[in-house]
Design a protein around this ligand. Structure first.
Ligand SMILES: [Zn+2]
Length: 500
């Protein structure tokens, strides 16, 4: 993570001017080019600074009047350009066929022909200008674009045609390729000088998007694919930030922040209070919460005087990322930017929680679903962190794959405590599996219904069993009598952490 104040300096009123000259010369204006860092392993040349739209989409208002000499309306040429970006790249322009004034800072994106550049002269021979009018700072990476407009110089002679720029009998410059180029600026691309591209600084014979243009959009909006996304398990787990990890630069594409980052995904099915604590003696820890489109929802404000980080928030149902990060430039000299960490993750919700995607012993796909919960207050709330004297009810619910319903099967409950694996037996006791490490002990044998309820424990008081501190990860699952070598279970364990 980069320090906050730097964003306020550079980002609130950034203005990008991209004038185009009809003589084949594009002027850079205020455009500052930053070379794409070397992380992109393929030989790519597209240019981007990292400014981008949230969710890779933008509404664009288009209602141009008039028709070119070749009989194609300006409006349909512009819409064709917009659709080409939509069809060939992950970016999505949402077309609104209404007029909007591109000179207004009005929160919407528009295009129009104008006699001047919103009150000032167009540069000599300027064809069109794209403004990035407003951006919103992000916790990580470059700001998001929130408004961009295109102003086209109505004094210039335009036409609409394919192919070579200069053709016998055709007057005026092809407006469609100019629209393509300007829309490339709108979605966050800069000029490209070393490869064939519609984003070339020189208008020319290229009239369609080129591989480099498409690769540029994919890189700008596809940063998440550069990083490994791990499943968040509640309880306590370890990790490390080091050269094996993704960087913020890779995640957000285009930023200069080279700090390492780990990404954990978790899914909530009811309103849930979450609390995360990241502890490390080696890292200037920063915890960040985001949705899966990398819209940032919160981060640790670093009020603590240690290298640790903590974050708590109540979240509505949805899918989220917890990002474990560190400052790229050390804020606290005693804390570094590479090393090991531990995260403790706890939650409290009004209902049982889903246990992630289904999996099986052989990795087979299934449509089984798994939910479970631990309550210390008879179902008023569910969580994973409890005291030794709490009276715990632990239950699970399995939605059996429709293909398995009605068949003879078995249910099982496994409890992982450190290296030890225990299975719930039909008598309701957890027994050590080390005597028969290769077989699953089932808790119940029955014909499988569509939904199976499992009571794992009722009114369990850890202190009564002399347990003051324990971390248990529960797994529940089922199998078929016809194939006892296969069992279906879930990827995210049900964690129980007991501590005084
Ligand atoms: Zn340009």
């Amino acid at each position: 993570m980069t320090l906050f104040h730097s964003y306020f300096i550079q980002c609130f009123s950034r203005l990008k001017r991209v004038p185009v000259s009809p003589r084949g010369q594009f002027r850079l204006g205020l455009l500052l080019l930053v070379l794409l860092p070397a992380w992109a392993m393929q030989v790519s040349a597209f240019e981007l600074k990292g400014l981008k739209w949230h969710r890779a989409e933008a509404e664009f208002y288009v209602a141009l009047t008039g028709t070119s000499a070749t009989g194609i309306s300006w409006n349909s040429a512009f819409i064709a350009a917009l659709n080409e970006w939509n069809a060939k790249t992950p970016f999505n322009f949402i077309l609104r066929e209404e007029a909007r004034d591109p000179c207004q800072l009005d929160g919407v994106n528009g295009v129009d022909f104008r006699p001047d550049l919103c009150g000032t002269e167009f540069g000599s021979k300027t064809l069109a200008v794209t403004f990035i009018r407003r951006t919103a700072p992000q916790l990580l990476g470059e700001p998001n674009i929130v408004e961009s407009d295109i102003v086209v110089n109505q004094a210039e002679a335009f036409n609409v045609y394919d192919g070579r720029l200069v053709q016998f009998g055709i007057q005026g410059l092809d407006f469609r390729r100019i629209a393509l180029h300007e829309l490339g600026h709108v979605l966050g691309l800069d000029h490209e000088t070393s490869k064939a591209a519609i984003m070339s600084p020189s208008i020319g014979n290229i009239d369609r998007l080129q591989a480099d243009d498409i690769a540029g959009v994919e890189a700008l909006y596809g940063g998440l694919a550069n990083c490994t996304i791990m499943n968040l398990n509640y309880g306590l787990f370890s990790g490390a930030l080091d050269a094996n990890d993704c960087t913020v630069q890779e995640l957000t594409a285009g930023s200069s922040d080279t700090s390492f980052i780990d990404i954990y995904r978790f899914d909530l099915f009811s309103e849930t209070a979450i609390e995360f604590n990241m502890t490390s003696s080696a890292l200037d820890s920063v915890l960040i919460l985001a949705d899966t489109d990398l819209q940032f929802l919160g981060f640790d404000d670093k009020s603590s005087n240690t290298c640790n980080s903590s974050l708590s928030q109540t979240l509505p149902p949805g899918s989220y990322f917890l990002l474990a990060n560190t400052y790229d430039v050390p804020v606290k000299e005693e804390c570094g930017n590479q090393g090991n960490y531990q995260i403790s993750a706890s939650f409290s919700s009004s209902g049982p929680t889903a246990l992630g995607a289904s999996t099986s012993l052989t990795g087979a796909e299934s449509n089984a679903g798994f939910r479970a919960g631990i309550t210390g207050d008879k179902g008023l709330s569910y969580g994973n962190q409890f005291k030794p004297n709490d009276s715990l009810d632990i239950s699970a619910e399995i939605t059996i794959d429709p293909q398995h319903q009605g068949q003879a099967g078995f249910l099982f409950v496994a409890a992982l405590v450190g290296e030890q694996i225990l299975f719930l037996n039909p008598q309701g006791q957890f027994v050590d599996s080390t005597a028969s490490p290769t077989s699953i002990t089932s808790s119940t044998v029955k014909f499988l219904s569509s939904i199976e309820q499992i009571e794992i424990a009722t009114a369990l008081v850890p202190a009564a069993l002399d347990i003051q501190n324990i971390v248990v990860d529960f797994y529940v699952g089922y199998g078929l009598i016809s194939n006892t070598n296969e069992a279906y279970y879930h990827q995210t364990p049900l964690n129980l952490t007991i501590a005084p």
